[in-house]
Design a protein around this ligand. Structure first.
Ligand code: GAL
Length: 639
């Protein structure tokens, strides 16, 4: 398969006279894909039931005639004012009970039945009109579910739907649920919180002090299900009219709904990669790290998501739907990428298996919210800096062999439900499941190891020398059994199996690992500025469990408290959140045979079937196998 490039385009932003020129220029640049439509509801349906498809017909024709393939987005992230006027209670409500206002985007509640009907209608109209259009070669549903903190809504519609969801989860006689079962599962005897009826159950906001964690976790699971269902409604309608693959564009570190569940309904997982924007507000990096990588982005954050979305996509199919091309408008600081970084980011995505990388956006907008966001072109249509880098990649793709996939030696499990559980009960400021998993991922990358991310539904681990499953607060027994049978080494903990499916501490106490008496007897979280030193190396910050039993101790605190302890045949329980040094040392100790390379600071590599790709995120040139790798450089060395 040939990897391809594309771009996001908004024909409705530009005079129709320039569309053909734009299209010809995109094709000349070597682009294959053009994504359009995802915010254009008002142009498609200016008033209720009055459709205006003429402009979109012509835009698709013009783009298609230039040889481009269209990704058509459904416009449900931006309901026009008339939709809101018709359904004033469709606005999502924030945790403080305030409706989220009109005037930007994503102003809807996933549980509002009237809004869902409007979405079905506009999507059906689009699918009927364009489902068989030969230029429409893929679809995108909505835009970035979860962006701007929009998964959780505390509206009346959400409350009603939550009660129904709970009735189904605790089934009873007839249509009503078993309220006694819910009370028992949640431990509502605590603080006299027992309900007499499902209709007494509210949403877990505006309580005097913290609500019951079981209640909050249930609300998070419910909210995730609502998003998956909302998306599924669109997918079913599109599929009835079109054979083209369907994608959604997910985000970086937005974990408020289960992407694996949504991914099962879609053909392609895509995500929107903004390496410099993320460095400031999502990576969780120290100010020093932010300064060192201000113009390159974090060396691991994009790669993590590439690997995650490869797992979310059906048969590993994934794309970058939006690639940062220059300074953006929305991060705390918005520097320009170092020359060469747009090319590096693009090649790194391909090395991780991306089928396509699309730049956001074709031309910088001179109006409205994103005036300060670069595109491939300036507002005056002169090429911006990224244009030439995209051109270089297009030429390189043409001239080089395809990137071939291969199974990585290391797997990391990622579980959205565990992420929700940590969010409900972090036990310390800033502690998150994502942060823990990402720390392990970084340790692997710093050792030069390629990683496959797997869903927590995975039960087969053949071919992996090492499987990491840190922090899964609820781990079903059959997953413990499958991990115990894995042929390679396994690392679990901290917090593995710390809660049952209803958010209670199970007995026997965690981790209840097959064939091991290891028991977590006490749990503490610590100030991050009071790290605890480890032997042989490294430090713990944030989180430390006290364990009893288990096998050999591989790592301990300097006062002799066991930290990494063998449990079962090939599993190691890590009873703490270590730093990179500790994590790297444990990996080295467990899988000494994995060819761990010397990795210069800021340099990363990714192994494919035929090549080893090297990427230099640092500002210093380095030598790799006798070749110079410049800052922002990419080396592709045949194996
Ligand atoms: C994305 C979004 C785009 C655009 C872009 C700007 O989150 O999907 O529509 O707003 O950010 O960086």
């Amino acid at each position: 398969m040939k990897r391809t490039l594309g771009v996001c385009y908004y024909p409705e932003h530009w005079p129709e006279e320039i569309w053909a020129q734009d299209a010809a220029r995109m094709a000349d640049l070597g682009l294959t894909w053009v994504r359009i439509g995802e915010f254009a509801w008002k142009r498609m349906e200016p008033a209720p039931g009055q459709y205006d498809w003429g402009w979109l017909d012509r835009a698709i024709d013009v783009l298609g005639a230039a040889g481009l393939r269209v990704v058509l987005g459904t416009p449900t992230a931006t309901p026009p004012a008339w939709v809101v006027a018709k359904h004033p209670d469709m606005l999502a409500v924030d945790a403080d009970g305030r409706p989220r206002g009109y005037g930007s985007r994503r102003h809807y509640c996933f549980s509002h039945a009237g809004y869902l009907d409007e979405c079905r209608r506009i999507v059906r109209a689009m699918a009927e009109r364009y489902g068989a259009n030969p230029h429409v070669a893929a679809w995108q549903t909505d835009n970035e579910y979860g962006c701007h903190d929009t998964i959780f809504s505390y509206s009346d519609a959400a409350r009603g739907a939550f009660r129904q969801w709970l009735r189904a989860r605790f089934p009873g006689q007839g249509n009503d649920g078993d309220i006694g079962a819910l009370n028992a599962a949640w431990g509502n005897v605590f603080w006299s919180m027992d309900y007499d009826d499902f209709d007494q159950i509210g949403l877990p906001n505006l309580t005097v002090t913290e609500p019951n964690p079981a209640h909050v976790h249930a609300f998070r699971r419910f909210s995730s299900d609502q998003v998956v269902q909302f998306n599924r409604a669109q997918v079913e309608i599109i599929r009835a009219q079109s054979d083209a693959p369907i994608a959604h564009n997910y985000m970086g570190r937005i974990t408020d709904f289960d992407h694996f569940q949504m991914g099962a309904d879609l053909d392609i997982a895509s995500w929107d990669s903004y390496p410099l924007g993320f460095l400031e507000d999502r990576v969780g990096a120290t100010p020093e790290h932010q300064r060192a990588y201000a113009r390159q982005g974090d060396p691991d954050f994009q790669a993590f998501h590439h690997d995650l979305y490869r797992a979310v996509g059906k048969d590993g199919r994934w794309w970058i739907m939006e690639q940062q091309p220059g300074p953006v408008n929305w991060a705390p600081y918005n520097p320009a990428p170092l020359p060469g970084m747009v090319r590096l980011w693009t090649w790194e995505a391909f090395a991780h298996g991306a089928e396509a990388v699309c730049y956001f956006r074709w031309r910088q907008a001179p109006f409205a919210q994103e005036q300060m966001h670069a595109g491939l072109l300036r507002p005056d249509s002169v090429a911006a800096e990224a244009f030439a880098e995209a051109e270089t990649v297009a030429a390189e793709l043409k001239a080089s062999p395809d990137v071939t996939p291969v199974q990585a030696p290391v797997a990391i499990l990622f579980d959205y439900d565990a992420d929700a559980a940590w969010a409900v009960q972090p036990h310390g400021v800033g502690l998150s499941y994502f942060g823990l998993v990402f720390d392990w991922y970084k340790a692997c990358r710093k050792l030069g190891l390629s990683v496959d991310i797997l869903s927590a539904d995975c039960r087969r681990f053949d071919g992996y020398a090492l499987v990491l499953a840190p922090g899964m607060m609820h781990m079903p027994d059959d997953l413990k059994t499958a991990l115990s049978a894995a042929p390679g080494q396994v690392i679990v903990g901290p917090r593995t199996g710390a809660r049952d499916a209803d958010f209670n501490i199970p007995t026997p106490l965690p981790p209840a690992w097959p064939g091991s008496d290891l028991t977590v007897s006490r749990v503490q979280s610590m100030r991050p500025d009071m790290p605890v030193a480890l032997e042989p190396v490294g430090r713990i910050h944030s989180y430390l469990e006290q364990v009893e039993g288990g096998g050999t101790t591989l790592m301990q605190t300097t006062d002799g408290t066991p930290v990494a302890v063998a449990c079962g045949d090939r599993a190691t329980y890590m009873a703490a959140w270590g730093d990179d040094v500790a994590h790297m040392a444990l990996i080295r100790a467990l899988v000494p045979d994995l060819a761990v390379a010397y990795m210069p600071e800021g340099v990363r590599r990714r192994e494919t079937g035929d090549d080893m790709f090297w990427f230099n995120y640092s500002t210093q040139a380095v030598e790799i196998d006798g070749q110079t790798l410049d800052p922002a450089g990419v080396l592709r060395l045949p194996k």
